[in-house]
Design a protein around this ligand. Structure first.
Ligand code: 5RP
Length: 234
């Protein structure tokens, strides 16, 4: 049975395809997750952007695009991206986000940083008043530094959980960038920019899933409509 959230994701992805085809990027960056998957289903059906190049935040997204005949490039060969499209786990009123539910936030952040225009697709349940309301903050860590970072995070007062694979693997989730993910819950309200800096100041932390000032627009899907939120216009 299709849930209202699935319908909302579909609506956001449908609007994103329209907007991206209008923008006609030469290089399109693509994130990962179930909403991105719907976006890819719809894009593949359109058979457009055949001359565009794609850079991907996960092996899975890259495989999907390559199998459908799109031109996928290694991220290491690119120094700029025209448009980036992705999903998110939480979006606040300033369009700051938590990402990394799919374990790919490091590459997602690098590609978003290199992109001229960043579009995110979310269903309406992802909108929050305060980041961290529903999701922990993923922190990607070098495997060698796992115990040291884990201990330090707990000393700093965070609730920290090393992400364990739910199925298909016994043990920790290993990201596309070969990191281990610690899901961190702050015990009190936080400033996203400051917290991102604090977490990154621990040696061994590769990246955090706090995305501050990295969205140009967020397409919010509802069961019956979409809304497009832009920075400073909400
Ligand atoms: C992956 C992500 C995803 O964009 C995020 O988890 C949203 O996923 P979904 O579209 O499945 O709700 O950040 O690292």
């Amino acid at each position: 049975m299709t849930s209202s959230i699935d319908v909302a994701k579909y609506k956001a992805a449908e609007e994103a395809v329209k907007r991206i085809l209008n923008l006609r990027p030469r290089i399109l960056g693509v994130g990962t997750g179930s909403t991105v998957d719907i976006f890819l289903d719809l894009l593949v059906k359109r058979r457009e952007l055949v001359d565009a190049k794609f850079v991907c935040a996960s092996l899975y997204t890259a495989q999907r695009l390559a199998e459908s005949g799109f031109n996928v490039m290694q991220l290491s060969t690119v120094d700029g991206v025209d448009v980036y499209i992705d999903g998110a786990d939480e979006v606040d009123r300033e369009l700051n986000m938590i990402k990394g539910g799919g374990g790919a936030s490091t590459l997602e952040k690098i590609i978003a940083y290199a992109s001229n225009y960043r579009i995110y697709m979310v269903d309406y349940t992802k909108l929050v008043n305060r980041l961290g309301e529903k999701h922990a903050i993923p922190v990607e860590v070098l495997p060698e530094a796992l115990n040291i970072v884990y201990k330090r995070l707990r000393e700093m007062g965070f609730e920290a959980t090393i992400r364990f694979a739910k199925s298909g693997k016994y043990g920790y989730v290993i990201s596309d960038t070969r990191g281990v993910i610690i899901d961190v819950r702050p015990s009190q309200e936080f400033n996203a920019r400051e917290l991102a800096q604090t977490l990154k100041s621990i040696p061994g932390v590769v990246e955090t899933g706090l995305f501050v000032d990295m969205a140009d627009e967020v397409i919010v899907g509802y069961p019956d409509r979409v809304e497009v939120l832009r920075k400073n216009r909400i």
